[in-house]
Design a protein. Structure first.
Length: 63
C-alpha cells in the first residue's frame, strides 16, 4: 500500500491557511564593555522583502 498523504501535501496544507512566512531575525549590539550581544526573535512577515525593513528598524510589532 502506498501513502495517502505525502510530506509535501502536509506542507502545502499548512501554507494554504496563512500567507505569512516565519523569519528569524538576529540583531547584534555592542555593549559598554565592548562585547557583542545577539538578540534573536521569530517574526512573521507577508513578503521576504520586508526583512530588510525589519533589520534596519529593529523588531516590529506582531502582525
Amino acid at each position: 500500500m502506498s501513502r495517502q498523504k505525502t510530506f509535501v501535501d502536509k506542507i502545502r496544507k499548512r501554507r494554504s491557511g496563512s500567507d505569512l512566512v516565519s523569519v528569524k531575525v538576529i540583531v547584534a549590539s555592542k555593549t559598554e564593555k565592548g562585547t557583542y550581544r545577539f538578540n534573536e526573535k521569530f517574526v512573521r512577515v507577508k513578503d521576504l522583502n520586508e526583512v530588510e525593513k525589519i533589520v534596519k528598524g529593529g523588531y516590529p510589532q506582531e502582525h
